[in-house]
Design a protein around this ligand. Structure first.
Ligand SMILES: Nc1nc2c(ncn2[C@@H]2O[C@H](COP(=O)(O)OP(=O)(O)OP(=O)(O)O)[C@@H](O)[C@H]2O)c(=O)[nH]1
Length: 892
């Protein structure tokens, strides 16, 4: 548990809790803060993207290559093949940039492994020279030349404000992540999951940046736009860039690190028109105007425009003074990833306060009996006396765990990784796949991507792929992963179009569910139950072949019986707790139950059913089409599943990423209590103003590594004692551990209190306060309170601007400003009126992502590095991933 400031802030009655703000001035000040004052020519804010080494079927490489302005190109000196790949990647980069040189440094990494060298320093240098690059021999393990590599590339890169977008490129396993972690954190992590993408930010000082790389201003104070390496663009590229105006989206994308999420959004509208997509991105490149490089003047204009009257469209340039509440750091963060960490397990049941249910903690006042032994305790929250404890019941530190019910002896291993886990206890994975007509719609593969694939596979790359092809490729990969990860798990396939088809594990002919049954909720559930009895499912280690075969044979046509399919799936696994239904769809339900126009309540109902049967429903939607996400997502939200809306070309990559965000616990319930003089409220939900309490309970369902919940703490107006030096807080988290044991984790801590605003502001935890603001703002916006949301975001931004004084606070403030911009854009769009169809889905998705943001996104370099522990999975899984590089995709 962390707080937004080291101090709980108690408002001093004499304090002016409001400030007068000139809205136009505020916009200008905000922009100034983003560009953070004068450029000293050596302070650099690096936004580093650690990319995936393996080429998956992704349009995103093109995107980050276009958007990045500096590159570290890495090979492994113990692998000659990786040097060849580095060369090819650089050539590809030049083609994408339309340039004959791009700022980059070639790094021969792992030089500490001298005995295993396959590439000499001389050979590395020669290849670098051939491409006109500088060369460094690095070791992430010893730290040799790591800082030098980053500084070297910065010195080559034309400066644009203080911001640099730097991408790490290279084949899989060469050390891209390790070099990032070494650079931002100064550590070496022995084992990593292969990276999909990760991003880091770091504020550094680089001496000796040559004059010609420093930012220049022309006479009017406008920045001179100089695209990286544009001097020798290919004619085709030049023709396009010339005719291209800057698009409105170009200046509003977020951090480079989240380029991928955002640009996938962009793709949704562009994918139907490859030409337009190319033009847009080329346009961005030409003006070099990815988000953080937008000029201060342009940004101020944009912000001033955002103050336009939504009715008339006229810009309100008049001074408008408004009263704004001063924000504070009274927020708390609870990261449920902590449930994975081992902690002290207490020997007996948790002693809890008879009055307020707080659990005995290291802060409780112990009452010794006549024998001098502990016999009772005074509750730290309500001061009630409780009896009946022994010495061994008293935790010695802030975190303690209690086992409420042990794991089943036959193992309930949630992860299924234990090879002894029996199929019955692991639950079934049901893939519920949309094969309606719209899944036959094609997406054009980006030209350069197709060429790259063709070059690599030595045969013609495909120009178009259908959504179904993208989906089935992603499912095939997912099945392979499941087979390695959880070999005993059973997997079933259900498809839907005008009717529902159950394929089981692919060994049987399909069974259809059709006709009137499609309109009967109960009928569908029992049809599912009946079918489950008929089909015996084999574990995936035996059924992978038949499952993959069935998936590859699916074809698209017909309408969308999505609701009936979900109900059948729920019936199939109703008696198999811990099952997961993964719904893969691209369209709004329009047949039978769950028709989004007539029966939107269905999704909450099926979610409730799933939850009560310990089943999780997750949704993977294809963007660009109307999935009616706002309704359908209720099934996932209620059952604790995830919702993702993805670009078709990103499905393979993203499904893997989703799978990496492993569950840490299920059936999670959180109780957070603070001192009775305070009240605590959720940030991710609209509040019911009538009910406030110092204790809050949240039914979380599933917790993943990135489940970060934030809460706002307020003081009760009346009963506060300003002399109280510290305030206790306790989180009680009950959950089912991966091995099936039911546990209670209790985290208790105390925060100092202050009435001095300055003291609170100076000690802000910027990442926590920023995350809390973003979660709260998104929840307000989702609940239609747009203006309130906007004001809240601005209030917190002013607080963070005042409080960000140290380097890491400044880094995190910078990150927050970027988040703030993305969210502010979403809020301005909402002012234009309600959205429908695919754009409503898009908006829902954007706000959903913000509402479920995790603190890792808000952490500056060093702290983020600390959060990166070895993300170790099975070596076999990693190998499987790397193997894809060398296996050409099967083409028809
Ligand atoms: N001895 C040694 N091992 C290294 C060095 N750099 C990375 N490794 C190891 O090489 C393996 C792969 O490193 P990563 O940093 O994950 O490589 P990557 O390029 O990010 O890999 P992908 O994310 O899969 O593309 C890990 O086991 C690292 O510990 C190094 O300088 N010396």
């Amino acid at each position: 548990m962390q707080f937004g400031s080291e101090f709980v802030y108690l408002r001093d009655h004499s304090e002016e809790s409001e400030e007068s703000v000139d809205e136009a001035e505020e916009a200008r000040a905000f922009s100034k803060r983003r560009h953070s004052g004068r450029d000293d020519g050596k302070t650099c804010m690096l936004d580093i993207l650690d990319t995936a080494g393996q080429e998956e079927f992704s349009a995103m490489r093109d995107q980050y290559m276009r958007t990045g302005n500096a590159f570290i190109l890495i090979f492994d000196v113990t692998s000659r093949g990786s040097l060849d790949q580095a060369g090819s990647i650089y050539e590809w980069l030049l083609r994408i940039k339309g340039a004959d040189h791009v700022p980059a440094v070639l790094c021969g990494n792992k030089v500490d492994l001298s005995a295993a060298r396959e590439v000499t320093a001389e050979e590395g240098r020669q290849v670098a020279q051939q491409h006109g690059l500088s060369y460094l021999e690095t070791s992430a393990k010893t730290g040799q030349n790591v800082e030098e590599a980053f500084h070297d590339v910065i010195r080559q890169t034309p400066r644009d404000g203080k911001n640099y977008k730097l991408a790490m490129l290279g084949a899989g396993g060469v050390g891209k992540s390790s070099l990032c972690v070494r650079f931002v954190q100064g550590d070496f992590v022995e084992d990593y999951d292969p990276t999909i993408e990760d991003s880091y930010r770091k504020l550094i000082t680089v001496d000796g940046i040559p004059q010609d790389k420093l930012q220049k201003k022309d006479g009017k104070g406008k920045k001179k736009k100089k695209a990286v390496g544009m001097s020798s663009s290919t004619p085709a590229v030049r023709a396009k860039t010339k005719s291209k105006k800057k698009t409105s989206s170009s200046g509003a994308l977020g951090l480079f690190g989240r380029l991928l999420g955002r640009s996938a959004d962009k793709n949704s509208s562009d994918s139907s028109d490859e030409e337009q997509q190319q033009e847009q991105t080329m346009g961005n490149e030409h003006s070099d105007s990815s988000d953080s490089s937008i000029s201060e003047e342009e940004e101020q204009q944009q912000l001033a425009n955002s103050l336009a009257d939504p009715e008339s469209g006229a810009v309100n340039r008049q001074k408008k003074i408004v009263k704004r509440k001063k924000a504070d750091g009274n927020v708390a963060l609870l990261s449920l990833s902590c449930l994975e960490d081992e902690t002290t397990v207490m020997p007996r049941a948790p002693p809890s306060c008879a009055e307020c249910n707080a659990v005995l903690s290291h802060l409780s006042k112990i009452i010794n009996g006549e024998d001098g032994q502990p016999g009772g305790w005074h509750c730290h929250f309500c001061n009630t006396r409780n009896d009946g404890i022994e010495e061994k019941d008293i935790p010695t530190e802030g975190t303690a765990e209690y086992v409420l019910a042990p794991a089943d002896t036959c193992t309930n291993d949630l992860s299924g990784a234990g090879s002894g886990a029996s199929p019955e206890t692991q639950g079934v994975v049901v893939l519920c796949v949309d094969v309606s007509g719209s899944m036959g719609v094609t997406t054009k593969v980006p030209q350069l991507q197709a060429e790259w694939k063709a070059m690599r596979d030595k045969k013609a790359g495909k120009e178009y792929v259908t959504r179904l092809e993208c989906m089935t490729a992603a499912i095939a990969r997912h099945l392979e992963r499941l087979e390695l990860d959880t070999p005993n798990r059973q997997v079933a396939i259900v498809t839907f179009q005008s009717h529902v088809q159950l394929f089981g594990d692919g060994r049987y002919p399909p069974t259809d569910v059709t006709g009137d049954t499609l309109n009967s909720y109960d009928g569908l559930i029992s049809a599912g139950r009946d079918l489950a009895e008929k089909f015996e499912l084999q574990p995936i280690k035996d059924s992978l072949g038949t499952l993959k075969e069935k998936v590859s044979q699916l074809s698209a046509g017909g309408t969308t019986a999505l609701g009936p399919a979900l109900a059948v799936c729920a019936g199939v696994v109703a008696d198999k707790p811990r099952s997961e239904i993964i719904l893969c769809t691209d369209g709004a339900a329009n047949v039978g139950v769950g028709d989004v126009r007539k029966d939107p309540g269905f999704y909450k109902k099926i979610g409730d059913f799933a939850r009560s049967h310990k089943i999780v429903i997750s949704i993977i939607g294809i963007e660009g089409e109307n999935v009616a996400l706002e309704q359908v997502s209720a099934a996932a939200a209620t059952s604790g599943g995830t919702v993702n809306i993805l670009h078709p070309l990103e499905l393979v990559r993203q499904i893997r990423q989703i799978a990496q965000n492993n569950l840490v616990a299920t059936d999670v319930r959180v109780t957070l209590m603070v001192h009775p003089a305070l009240v605590v409220e959720r940030n991710d939900e609209e509040r019911n103003d009538g009910e406030v309490s110092h204790r809050i309970e949240v039914d979380v369902g599933n917790a993943t590594k990135s489940t970060d919940m934030t809460f706002t703490i307020r003081q009760r107006a009346s009963n506060i004692d300003p002399n109280m030096a510290a305030f206790p807080a306790q989180a009680q988290i009950s959950f089912t551990r991966k091995d099936g044991a039911r546990c209670l984790r209790v985290i208790t801590m105390e925060t100092k209190a202050t009435q001095n605003r300055e003291e609170m502001e100076k000690n802000l935890n910027v990442a926590v306060t920023g995350l809390a603001a973003v979660q709260r703002t998104s929840a307000l916006a989702e609940g239609g309170k747009n203006d309130h949301a906007k004001t809240h975001l601005q209030n917190v931004e002013r607080l963070l601007a005042r409080g960000s004084v140290g380097t890491s606070q400044k880094e995190e403030h910078f990150i927050f400003l970027e988040e703030n911009r993305e969210l502010a854009k979403e809020l301005s769009e909402q002012r234009r009126g309600p959205q429908t169809g695919a754009s409503a889905d898009q908006r829902f998705k954007n706000l959903y992502k913000k509402k479920h943001a995790s603190v890792e996104q808000f952490l500056g370099g060093k702290k983020k590095g600390k959060a990166v522990k070895g993300r170790i999975t099975d070596k076999k899984l990693n190998q499987q991933y790397y193997d894809y590089e060398y296996q050409p995709e099967e083409e028809e």
